[in-house]
Ligand binder design. Structure first.
Ligand SMILES: N[C@@H](CCOP(=O)(O)O)C(=O)O
Length: 319
């Protein structure tokens, strides 16, 4: 029943699901194939639309009139959009230093903004507490409904296999909380378990060198997520979506990277801008942080990795 319900939800809103082959970048020429899974054509321009859509549908089915999330931008804009589309109230918690265009977009979709003094993690915590206090549907990572986002990203794996006809050797995903990467890997696992496919891809996590709990854990070779202090992390204009003091789905992402024989690679602003430029030559205009997935594939080759075909999930457009 649960699976049937989910399939129905996925069918009701069709995400554009664009997958195209990279042509201009030297490493992608010849026999080696690199594809971009482009999420920038989604309604608010990022993969978060997939999760927000499913959260709003569930909230309606469960009789809620208000949805909430803590956000730095993308997830909040998505949730506000789908809530507004379905006549629901959205209360979005934003760290007070964020007054960017994405916050204006949330207001455009009639969301109520609550500014929180502190980090992204503080905004999430406040949203979770208020969800309990006021009876809002909680869309936060790490909350009672956190499985929903993971489930929603499985569809990316299915769309990749549908477009290519098979599982690629390598899949590279930008990594903040680890939710997108973990969800995509779960999709590949599900297809393998159901006999739809015959292998799993190697998973690459693409993140920032200025503070991500999952990458730090891998570097230190720790079995469990290592705690990161706020003063060990530095947020910049371009790395913000990849920074994570507390990676809410970090355990799942770690498992996906380790079990698939994958790696995580770290990038800095200049590199992210350069990668975004490379992707502009391919005809898309991505958020620099989202371009890190292409960088991880390039880095993997430099480190002597081998693949015949790879997919870089480029999670959002430039705003
Ligand atoms: N936040 C980034 C990276 C992927 O997000 P995650 O929190 O699911 O790891 C983005 O949206 O591109």
């Amino acid at each position: 029943m649960k699976m049937l319900q989910q399939a129905t939800l996925l069918e009701e809103f069709r995400f554009p699901g664009t997958l195209f082959r990279v042509r201009k970048i030297p490493i992608a020429q010849g026999w080696r194939k690199i594809y971009i899974k482009w999420e920038g054509n989604n309604p608010t321009g990022t993969q978060k639309d997939r999760a927000a859509y499913m959260h709003v549908r569930r909230a309606i089915e469960q009789g809620y009139d208000t949805v909430t999330v803590g956000t730095c931008g993308n997830f909040g804009a998505s949730l506000a959009y789908f809530a507004n589309l379905h006549g629901m109230r959205a209360v979005i918690y934003v760290p007070s230093r964020y007054t960017n265009g994405r916050v204006r977009e949330m207001r455009k979709y009639n969301a109520e903004i609550v500014y929180v003094d502190g980090s992204y993690e503080d905004a999430v915590e406040r949203s979770v507490l208020d969800a309990m206090k006021y009876g809002y549907y909680d869309s936060n990572p790490g909350s009672v409904n956190s499985r929903v986002a993971l489930e929603s990203f499985k569809a990316i794996a299915y769309e990749i296999v549908a477009a290519l006809g098979s599982v690629p050797d390598l899949v590279s995903v930008p990594m903040g909380n680890g939710t997108t990467l973990a969800g995509i890997y779960m999709g590949f696992r599900e297809m393998l378990d159901m006999g739809i496919s015959r292998k799993l891809p190697v998973m690459l996590g693409a993140t920032t060198g200025l503070g991500n709990q999952i990458a730090e854990t891998l570097k230190r070779g720790s079995e469990e997520l290592v705690p990161l202090r706020e003063d060990e992390v530095r947020e910049t204009e371009y790395n913000e979506p990849l920074v994570s003091i507390k990676a809410f789905d970090g355990e799942y992402a770690l498992e996906a990277i380790r079990r698939s024989g994958g790696l995580a690679f770290e990038f800095y602003d200049e590199e992210l801008l350069q990668l975004a430029e490379e992707l502009r030559m391919e005809g898309i205009d991505p958020l620099p942080a989202s371009s890190s997935s292409l960088g991880a594939i390039e880095r993997y080759l430099e480190f002597g990795g081998y693949f015949e075909n790879a997919v870089a999930v480029v999670t959002g457009r430039r705003f």
